[in-house]
Design a protein around this ligand. Structure first.
Ligand code: PGA
Length: 252
């Protein structure tokens, strides 16, 4: 039985004050939740103040990006070692806003994934197709390439530190979520692919989240799908009540 996982991706939003306040509201409402795993991923400058708020709760801290190297001359970058030092357990890797918006290549994403896992971080690895790719019936070819270029660099044991997030690009921040049927179709395909490459035991244990315009109204029906093991929430995670309701929905 895979435990549901709800992660909030705050992206480049909040101020120090609103980040702390949002974290406080989440801790108050679901901070001792045991039936669902919960994580929040604030912007880098707010990791430490948010960590203080999360202390003593069961809410995990995550970052939105990481560089593959542990240290060095990489202006503006943050290493896995630094994230661990700031109390992060999770890091988001391969988000389409970085793949497509910032031109991150497969190879760079693979290096980040391997480095994160080797250093002891858990990764939320995002994959997903664009609208054009879906219209051209390329969805599975795109996902296959994204998976092949990333998770194939991991051992089955390292893969236990990874959660996948199916995030169709056309659903991110658009208000148009994948339907539960569309999400389930992709998630079960991803699980089959994992089974072929890592064995069915690994595939059955690995959690696959859905992300893209998840909110308090559509979360329950997405989470009711057998292969949807949680959600990665962007916009709605910035409103405490929305996020808390989504966590409650994940309890089933
Ligand atoms: P959204 O973003 O919920 O605002 O669509 C999801 C994500 O990008 O992780």
């Amino acid at each position: 039985m895979r435990k549901k996982f709800v992660a909030g991706n705050w992206k480049m939003h909040t101020t120090r004050q609103t980040a702390v306040h949002l974290a406080q509201q989440i801790v108050e409402a679901v901070g001792q939740e045991t039936a669902v795993d919960v994580a929040v991923c604030p912007p880098f400058p707010y990791l430490l103040p948010v960590r203080e708020v999360l202390a003593g709760s069961r809410i995990a801290l995550g970052a939105q990006n990481v560089h593959p190297e542990p240290q060095g001359a990489f202006t503006g970058e943050v290493s896995p070692v630094m994230l661990l030092d700031c109390g992060c357990q999770w890091v988001i890797i391969g988000h389409s806003e970085r793949r497509r918006g910032l031109g991150e290549a497969h190879e760079f994403i693979r290096r980040k994934l391997v480095a994160a896992v080797q250093h002891g971080l858990q990764a939320i690895l995002c994959i997903g197709e664009t609208k054009q790719e879906r219209d051209d019936s390329q969805t599975f070819a795109i996902l296959r390439a994204q998976l092949q270029d990333s998770v194939m660099a991991l051992t089955a044991d390292q893969l236990t530190k990874v959660v996948l997030a199916y995030e169709p690009v056309w659903a991110i921040g658009t208000g148009v979520n994948a339907t539960p049927v569309q999400a389930q179709e992709v998630h079960s395909w991803v699980r089959d692919w994992l089974g072929q490459h890592f064995g069915s035991g690994v595939a059955q244990r690995l959690r696959i989240l859905y992300g893209g315009s998840v909110n308090s109204k559509n979360a329950a029906s997405l989470l009711a799908q057998p292969d949807v093991d949680g959600v990665l929430v962007g916009g709605a995670s910035l409103q405490a009540m929305e996020f808390i309701t989504i966590v409650q929905a994940a309890k089933g």
